[in-house]
Every structure is written in structure tokens, then in C-alpha cells.
Design a protein around this ligand. Structure first.
Ligand SMILES: [Mg+2]
Length: 399
């Protein structure tokens, strides 16, 4: 049995679960027995992660030359535990297991069932992280769990014509496609807020970007590459979201959820990025910078700067592009939108504009965010965790 020692080993070990989980999902959905060797694989991975040396609630691996790095492995460990429990018990027992983790599980599930039972959706368009997937400290190891893919696929196959997972993360090269384990052709994957996606016919398609803007983004990417090669800045590529080259956007972490970087240093790094952007775009015509406190998102603007005005590309623009390009025909039948943050609200607004009876489910307990969602859809339904949402979708699929 291989023991995890380095960060590279860790990513390899997590990557190996993708193949295992894909086989499990495919067999499960076809009512075929799951070979015990596959469950054993997941068990081995869980043990390897749990056997790592610990400091507080962090696990330690080495980066290079014995340099230790602390990892928050909550997502990886919890999702492996859930998968193993799911495969060794009935679905009802699995629901009970989740009730222990989420005290409000039953009441939210039942309320959702009574609201959406018997509904079929022409389109189901959902954000991934924090909505139908639990948050992970690192994107590259946020492999989808098998039960999650099974529940989502069931809903996609029985209750919708099109299911679209629309994320702001990249599509490929450590993107949405790489960490998903659902069977091919059950859902459409769209990355970079919908600027790039895989068409049902297998083609990769992209929202057109003006040549001069792409050139500027390429310059910016070269500059940031150079900045990250400086020893003092190497760490920003390794924490949280790391460095992600998306279509029409580049994201670089300046902090992670564990506040690994001293805030003053992190702000100084933000200032350096702002300086690069300003030098490439002194008139503020081509880029927008969004700072989430953890990630710096440098986004190309769309529009021509005339009466339409310049804006950054949001997920509502993503829906508009996909609606036309796939096409989704959103206006022709009920649509279900799911999200968990401010950046998902443009999806609600766009769907409501295209089809008044579109339904919304948001995963949030935040009152301010709920008010904003309700401003776009007064009938929006709220749940408190991605686990509850995917179980609700599974229950609806069976209803
Ligand atoms: Mg999200």
C-alpha cells in the first residue's frame, strides 16, 4: 500500500478515486452489483488520509525538500465516509446518517418534496460548489462523491430535459469535467461562468472573445506567471483556489479559508495584481477585478462601452449564451435554478426574464442573500446544505 507523503502523492491518491467512483456510479445506476474491491479502494484511500500526521485538525504532507504543508482534508474525508456508508447501507439508512449531520434534514426535505413533487423541468441549471457539491479547500481535490453523482444523475435523467452544471471554475485542465464522476451525457458541463462548455454532441464550444481583449489577457497571464515565480509569491499558486486560467478570466488566490497568509501580505499581493491590470488597461475598458477576500478574479469585460455599457461576464450572460448556442429553449418550459452565492443571482434573474414560472432553490442560511434572491424570485425555496439539496433532488426523481 502506497503511503502519502508529498502533496503530489495526495493529489494522485485523490485522482485515483475518480476512476473508482465512475465505475461505482455507472453500475449503481444500472442496478448492477458493486464489486467489493471498489468499496475496498475507497476504504484504503480513507485510511491513507486519516493516517497522515496531524496538527490540530489539519493533516500534514511535504511540499518539496521536506517543507511541510498543512491541509484541511475535511471534504475529502467526509465525502469518502459518506460514499462508503452509502454503499454498505440502504438509501433510507443513508438519509438517517445525513440527518445526524444536518438536524433540519427531514423538515427541509419534506417541504421541498411538497413544493416540487410531480414537477418536470425543461431545464435544470445549477452552480456546483456550495450548491450541489460540498465545499472543498482545494479545487483540484474536490472529486465528486459517488452518492452525489448518483442522486444528481437520477434527477437529470427522470425529471429534466437538460441539466447544466454552470460553474465559475475552469471547464478543463483541472476543471469541472475532470472532477465529475457522473456518466457521460447525463448533464452538460459549463465552466468559466458559462463562457466555455461541452455541447451534447461532444464539441467544446466557447463564447467569442474579441482578439485584442484575448491578447491583453494573455499578457496579463504572462505577468502573473512571472510574479508567481518569485520565491515570496510561490505560495499563492498552492493555497485555496490557486492559479486558474479560465476562459475570459484568470483567478488567483490571495488567501485560503484557514487564513494561511498574514492579511497585510495578502493585501500587498492584491495591490501588485491591481498594478499589473492598471498598466495593461489604464482606461479601465477591458478588465474588471473582483476581490472576494480569498480570490482575486481578473475578468474581461463584455460590451463595447457604448450605450450598453461595459460589464463583466456573469452567470446570467452564461445562461443567455447557452440558451442560444445549445439551444436550451428556456422560454419553452419550466426551469429550475440552483445556487448558493451572490454570483448565482444573475442566473435567477435571467431565468425569470425568460420564463416567469422558473423555480429557484438556494443553499443559504444568510438572510441578506435570501432577501436578494427573493427580490428576483419571491417564491424561491431555501435549504441549508448541499447534502439536503441533492437528497431532495433524489427524492423528487423517485416521486
Ligand atoms: Mg457556489
Amino acid at each position: 500500500m502506497q503511503r502519502i507523503q508529498t502533496l503530489k502523492n495526495f493529489y494522485e491518491t485523490m485522482n485515483a478515486t475518480i476512476h473508482t467512483r465512475k465505475q461505482i456510479v455507472s453500475r449503481y445506476l444500472q442496478n448492477e452489483p458493486i464489486p467489493s474491491v471498489l468499496i475496498e479502494d475507497l476504504n484504503k484511500t480513507l485510511n491513507e488520509l486519516q493516517d497522515l500526521p496531524q496538527k490540530g485538525n489539519k493533516h500534514i504532507v511535504t511540499l518539496s525538500q521536506e517543507k511541510p504543508i498543512e491541509l484541511d482534508l475535511n471534504y475529502e474525508i467526509q465525502e469518502l465516509k459518506k460514499d462508503i456508508f452509502f454503499l454498505e447501507h440502504t438509501e433510507e439508512e443513508f438519509y438517517n446518517y445525513l440527518t445526524e449531520l444536518h438536524p433540519d434534514f427531514d423538515s427541509q426535505l419534506n417541504r421541498g418534496l411538497s413544493l416540487f413533487k410531480k414537477e418536470r423541468f425543461n431545464n435544470f441549471i445549477s452552480d456546483r460548489d456550495g450548491t450541489v457539491n460540498n465545499y472543498c479547500a482545494r479545487y483540484a481535490s474536490s472529486v465528486q462523491s459517488a452518492y452525489n453523482a448518483i442522486f444528481l444523475s437520477r434527477f437529470a435523467l427522470s425529471k429534466t430535459k437538460n441539466t447544466v452544471i454552470l460553474t465559475s471554475a475552469p471547464l478543463m485542465n483541472i476543471g469541472l469535467v475532470d472532477i465529475s464522476v457522473s456518466p457521460e451525457n447525463t448533464m452538460i458541463f459549463a465552466g468559466s461562468k458559462g463562457r466555455e462548455y461541452i455541447h451534447p454532441n461532444g464539441d467544446k464550444r466557447t463564447f467569442p472573445i474579441e482578439k485584442n481583449k484575448q491578447k491583453l489577457l494573455d499578457f496579463f497571464n504572462q505577468e502573473i506567471q512571472a510574479l508567481l515565480e518569485e520565491p515570496a509569491n510561490e505560495k499563492y499558486a498552492l493555497i485555496g483556489s490557486g492559479l486558474q486560467y479560465k476562459f475570459g478570466q484568470t483567478t488567483i488566490a490571495r488567501q485560503d479559508i484557514c487564513a494561511t497568509i498574514p492579511e497585510e501580505e495578502s493585501l500587498l499581493f492584491l495591490y501588485q495584481i491591481q498594478k499589473i491590470v492598471h498598466s495593461l488597461d489604464p482606461e479601465n475598458q477591458n478588465f474588471r477585478i473582483e476581490d472576494t477576500g480569498l480570490d482575486i478574479e481578473v475578468i474581461l469585460t463584455i460590451g463595447k462601452g457604448d450605450s450598453e455599457g461595459l460589464k463583466d461576464f456573469d452567470k446570467g450572460d452564461g445562461i443567455q449564451f447557452l440558451n442560444r448556442d445549445i439551444p436550451l429553449n428556456v422560454a419553452e418550459g419550466p426551469c429550475l435554478i440552483c445556487g448558493d452565492t451572490n454570483s448565482d443571482i444573475p442566473m435567477v434573474t435571467k431565468a425569470q426574464a425568460l420564463r416567469k414560472d422558473s423555480a429557484t432553490i438556494f443553499v443559504t442560511m444568510n438572510d441578506e442573500l435570501r432577501d436578494k434572491v427573493n427580490a428576483s424570485d419571491p417564491n424561491a425555496f431555501f435549504v441549508s446544505s448541499p447534502d439536503i439539496l441533492v437528497c431532495l433532488l433524489n427524492a423528487l426523481a423517485k416521486s
